[in-house]
Design a protein around this ligand. Structure first.
Ligand code: NAP
Length: 317
């Protein structure tokens, strides 16, 4: 079968770290074009905008959107309207109505919209799901703490409205929760700490509850230094288990049950395999639950201004 001719939009950190190597490793895809204001990729057609790319390479079958989330909707809408399959990075967009509209557009255009949550593909998430099929959940604790200066240097978009702030990585934890817990989850209370000079939270303390009464405590913090923590602790009627390394590793009753992974490549290999399968099957995949949870948290949460935050050496903010 002919390879799916794909173009990449927004050549930044995640495009270079994951999308480019995982497209190259998957014979179902052929990277033919890139659309980025500054980046130029060797051996393919390069454009500054998606529109120019769609005009310049009309035979394109699909695009992967790797720009900041504020730009996902316009790019996905344009590509679907032009008859392309679309893979979207997380978070899908900054509006639930936009996401619903994209889903509708994909259906009308009979094109695949694959709205990804990469952490759901982390290797220990499915084994954790199998544990929850036979254990009764009692309580959950999420600790997602990382140094923003290490992981998001120079990313001014993350601090702007629609950039999600600490929820940019935090939504990964929520996407694992919504994958593992089928019943509705909603916020009981939420405290969002927003630097006085910025528009998005730098930290958050969340008290979530499932409809069945399971309490889920969540701590998100971008101000963290030292060892980074992407952990979810589950208490069940048959003892505890823990997902760590962002869903890469599983510890059951204190014993390692799933090897240390912690690297993203497996997640994106799985994502591109799924994208090819969805295109072949003529289906879309859109999972709004993590975004709904973030929207509920912003709707009901209390925002508190904290000390201004400046990236050392940055005049951008
Ligand atoms: P990034 O390093 O800032 O890259 C995004 C790229 O988009 C930029 O390099 C830029 O390339 C392009 N862009 C176009 N318009 C832009 C604008 N107005 N402002 C800023 N950049 C613009 O960001 P990233 O970390 O790759 O994240 C992109 C998306 O992937 C986000 O939705 C993020 O949540 C998601 N993601 C990131 C990671 C990670 O580890 N970083 C992991 C998983 C998912 P040009 O300047 O050449 O146009």
């Amino acid at each position: 079968m002919r390879a799916i001719r794909i173009g990449i939009v927004g050549v930044g950190k995640i495009a270079r770290d994951q999308h480019l190597p995982c497209i190259a490793a998957n014979p179902a895809f052929a990277l033919v074009a890139g659309a980025s204001r500054h980046a130029q990729l060797p051996g393919i057609a390069n454009f500054r905008t998606l529109e120019q790319m769609l005009d310049g390479v009309p035979e394109l079958d699909a695009i992967a959107i790797c720009t900041p989330p504020q730009l996902h909707f316009d790019a996905a809408k344009l590509a679907l309207e032009r008859g392309k399959h679309v893979l979207m990075e997380k978070p899908p967009c900054a509006s639930l109505a936009q996401l619903a509209h994209l889903k509708k557009l994909a259906g009308a255009a009979q094109r695949t919209l694959y709205q990804t949550w990469h952490s759901q593909h982390a290797p220990a998430v499915a084994p954790a799901g199998r544990l929850l099929e036979v254990r009764r959940l009692r309580r959950v604790r999420v600790t997602w703490k990382e140094d923003v200066l290490k992981w998001h240097p120079g990313q001014t978009w993350i601090w702007q409205a629609g950039g999600f702030g600490v929820f940019d990585p935090g939504i990964n934890a929520l996407s694992i929760l919504t994958r593992l817990i089928a019943e509705p989850i909603f916020p009981r209370s939420a405290l969002l700490l927003v630097p006085a000079n910025l528009e998005a939270p730098i930290a958050a303390e969340l008290d979530l509850l499932t409809v069945g009464g399971v309490e889920i405590g969540v701590s998100l913090d971008f101000r963290h230094t030292g060892p980074q923590t992407w952990d979810i602790d589950f208490e069940t009627d048959q003892g505890p288990f823990k997902l760590s390394a962002g869903g890469g590793a599983l510890t059951v009753d204190g014993e390692p049950a799933r090897g240390e992974a912690g690297e993203l490549h497996g997640e994106y290999i799985s994502i591109y395999r799924a994208f090819a399968q969805l295109i072949a099957a003529g289906r879309s995949e859109v999972d709004a639950r993590p975004l709904e949870l973030v929207a509920d948290i912003f709707l009901t949460g209390r925002q508190v201004a904290v000390a201004p935050f400046e990236e050392p050496g940055s005049m951008a903010r």
